[in-house]
Design a protein around this ligand. Structure first.
Ligand SMILES: NC(=O)c1ccc[n+]([C@@H]2O[C@H](COP(=O)([O-])OP(=O)(O)OC[C@H]3O[C@@H](n4cnc5c(N)ncnc54)[C@H](O)[C@@H]3O)[C@@H](O)[C@H]2O)c1
Length: 473
C-alpha cells in the first residue's frame, strides 16, 4: 500500500460536484471533512457518498481496497468551522451564486488557518469578489462532472504556493491539472459552449435533429478528441487544408467563421503542420509516422471499447421490425462499417469478397429482423434461421448503446436455443456473446476457401429446464 497522504482536506457543499470531489479525494487516501448547510444534511450526504463509492466498487469502477477505506476517511463535520479548522486545502462547491459563495467562503475564511488554501469550484464567477471575503489564498479548482471519473481540473489564480499545493493534492487524486487564466468559463467551458452554440443553431435552423448532430459529432471529429486536441488535429490534417475549409464557411456564416489570423499567418509562411514539420504543436517530422500509428491504434481500440460497452446508454426510439427488401443497401453499409470497426484481422480484399457474398444472401434471408430509429432508418440487424444466428451487426455509430443486445433478445424470445459461430480472432464479438450467456461448444478448423479463419461454435440454451449445455471437450 502506498503511504497515506499528509494533507487534511475539507469539502464545503456536498452536492453533485462537492460530493464527487469528496469521493475522489477520499478514494485517493485523503482524510476529507465535508460540511453542507447543517449537520443533519451533511450526515445524510456523507452516508449517500459512502454508499455511492461502495456501488462504484461493486461495478468495478474504482479500486475496492481504496473504496473500503472511504468510510473511515470521509467525515461528516458538525459545521463549516469544524470542517476547515485543521484543513490544509478546502474545496468549496456550494451553488453558483455569488451571494451564497461569499457567505460560505467568509465562514471558511473565518475558521481556517492563515495558510490554508481555499479552492472554489466556480464554473464562471470572477475570482475577485470571492477572494475579497477571505484572507487566505483563494484559487479556482474547476472540476468536471462526474468528478470521480473525469480527469481534468482547471486551476486558476495568482498564488504560486497555493497552485502548487492544489497540483500536489489533485495529482495524488489521479487528476490532470492544467493552469488556465481566470477568465469566464476558463478554457474548457469557452470551447464547450462555442460548440454547443453552433449545435443549437443547426437545430434551430431546422437543418438537423439533436440526434443527428450528436451522431455526427461523436463519430467524426469527436471520435478524435479523447486522443488529440484541436491543434494536433489541425496539424495532422494540414493547416492549408484547414485554412481553405474556412472560405465557404465565411461566405455562408460571415465573420464568425473567418480564417483565424494565427492560421492564415502560418499558411502564408509555408508552415502547413505536420507535413512541413511544423504547425501549432511543432511536432518534429521524424515523429510523424509514430503519431499516425498511435492515432490508428487509438481509433481501433476506441471502436472495441464502444463495442464492449454494449449494455449501456440506450438509443432513443428504437423499434425492431421484420427486414424488407428496401433495407438491404443500408444493411450492407452497416455490415461493412461494423466489420471494418471490429474485424481488424480481415484485409480490405477479404472484406470486399465477403461483402459480395453478403450482398448475395442477405436479400434471401427469411428471418431478418432490423432495428430502426424514429425515422425508420436501420441501425442494426440480425439474420437467423431457427435460432441459428448467421449475422448480427450494428452500425458502429451506435455501438455500445444496447442495440446488439436488443436484437439478440428479440430473437431469443422466439427461440429458447440460440447458436452461432464467432471468429476466434474477434475477441470483441466473443466477449459480447459470452456476456449474454453463450458458451463455447466446439470449433471449426478452416473456412470454405481454406483460409485460416477458425470459428468457435457458441450456444445459449434458455429452454424450459433453464440448464445451460455443457461445453464440448
Ligand atoms: N454540476 C456540474 O456539472 C458542475 C460542474 C463544474 C462545476 N460546478 C460548480 O460546482 C458548484 C456546485 O455545483 P453543484 O452542481 O454541485 O450544486 P449542488 O446544488 O448539487 O450542490 C451544492 C451544495 O451546496 C450546499 N450548500 C448550499 N449553501 C451552502 C452553504 N452556505 N454552506 C454549505 N453548503 C451549502 C447545498 O445544500 C448543496 O448540497 C457550483 O459552483 C457549480 O458552478 C458544477
Amino acid at each position: 500500500m502506498t503511504e497515506a497522504p499528509q494533507e487534511n482536506l475539507a469539502v464545503i457543499g456536498g452536492g453533485y460536484m462537492g460530493g464527487g470531489i469528496a469521493q475522489s479525494l477520499a478514494l485517493a487516501g485523503f482524510r476529507v471533512r465535508i460540511a453542507d448547510v447543517d449537520a443533519g444534511t451533511t450526515r445524510r450526504l456523507r452516508d449517500a457518498l459512502i454508499t455511492g463509492v461502495a456501488e462504484y466498487a461493486e461495478r468495478g469502477l474504482v479500486d475496492s481496497e481504496a473504496a473500503s477505506r472511504v468510510p473511515e476517511l470521509l467525515i461528516a463535520a458538525e459545521s463549516i468551522a469544524d470542517a476547515v479548522a485543521e484543513a490544509d486545502y478546502v474545496s468549496e462547491a456550494v451553488p453558483e451564486d455569488v451571494g451564497i459563495k461569499r457567505t460560505a467562503l467568509a465562514a471558511i475564511g473565518a475558521a481556517a488557518r492563515a495558510d490554508t488554501v481555499i479552492a472554489t469550484n466556480t464554473s464562471s464567477l470572477p475570482l475577485a469578489p470571492l477572494a475579497e471575503v477571505v484572507s487566505q489564498p483563494l484559487i479556482a479548482a474547476h472540476w468536471f462532472n462526474p468528478a470521480p471519473f473525469l480527469p481534468l481540473v482547471e486551476l486558476a489564480g495568482d498564488d504560486e504556493d497555493a497552485l502548487a499545493l492544489a497540483e500536489r493534492v489533485l495529482t495524488r487524486a489521479g487528476k490532470i491539472t492544467v493552469r488556465v487564466p481566470a477568465v469566464p468559463g476558463f478554457l474548457a467551458n469557452r470551447l464547450q459552449f462555442a460548440l454547443f452554440r453552433e449545435a443549437a443553431a443547426i437545430v434551430e435552423e431546422g437543418l438537423a435533429t439533436p440526434e443527428q448532430v450528436d451522431l455526427v459529432v461523436s463519430n467524426s471529429f469527436g471520435y478524435r478528441l479523447p486522443f488529440f486536441g484541436p491543434f494536433q488535429i489541425a496539424d495532422i490534417a494540414g493547416l492549408d487544408v484547414y485554412a481553405a475549409s474556412y472560405a465557404p464557411l465565411t461566405a455562408q456564416y460571415g465573420e464568425r467563421f473567418a480564417v483565424p489570423p494565427s492560421l492564415a499567418e502560418r499558411v502564408a509562411a509555408g508552415d502547413l503542420g505536420l507535413k512541413t514539420s511544423g504547425g501549432y504543436r511543432a511536432t518534429p517530422g521524424d515523429q510523424r509516422q509514430a503519431l499516425a500509428d498511435h492515432r490508428d491504434r487509438a481509433y481501433v481500440a476506441l471502436a472495441a471499447l464502444r463495442s464492449d460497452l454494449d449494455d449501456h446508454g440506450p438509443v432513443a426510439d428504437v423499434t425492431i421490425r421484420t427486414g424488407r427488401e428496401e433495407d438491404v443497401p443500408r444493411l450492407l453499409v452497416i455490415w461493412r462499417a461494423a466489420v471494418q470497426a471490429t474485424h481488424d484481422f480481415l484485409s480490405a480484399t477479404d472484406i470486399d469478397e465477403l461483402s459480395d457474398l453478403v450482398a448475395g444472401f442477405l436479400p434471401r434471408m427469411n428471418d431478418l429482423r432490423v432495428a430502426v430509429d424514429a425515422t425508420d432508418t436501420p441501425l442494426g440487424f440480425i439474420a437467423q434461421d431457427d435460432g441459428e444466428i448467421h449475422m448480427l451487426f450494428v452500425d458502429p455509430a451506435v455501438h455500445g448503446r444496447g442495440l446488439g443486445t436488443a436484437l439478440l433478445e428479440d430473437v431469443g424470445r422466439e427461440f429458447p436455443t440460440l447458436r452461432l459461430d464467432v471468429n476466434e480472432q474477434n475477441p470483441t464479438g466473443r466477449r459480447f456473446y459470452e456476456a449474454k450467456g453463450f458458451i463455447q461448444v466446439g470449433r471449426s478448423e478452416l473456412d470454405q476457401q481454406g483460409r485460416p479463419f477458425p470459428l468457435l461454435q457458441l450456444i445459449r440454451d434458455s429452454g424450459a429446464s433453464g440448464q445451460r449445455v455443457s461445453p464440448a471437450s
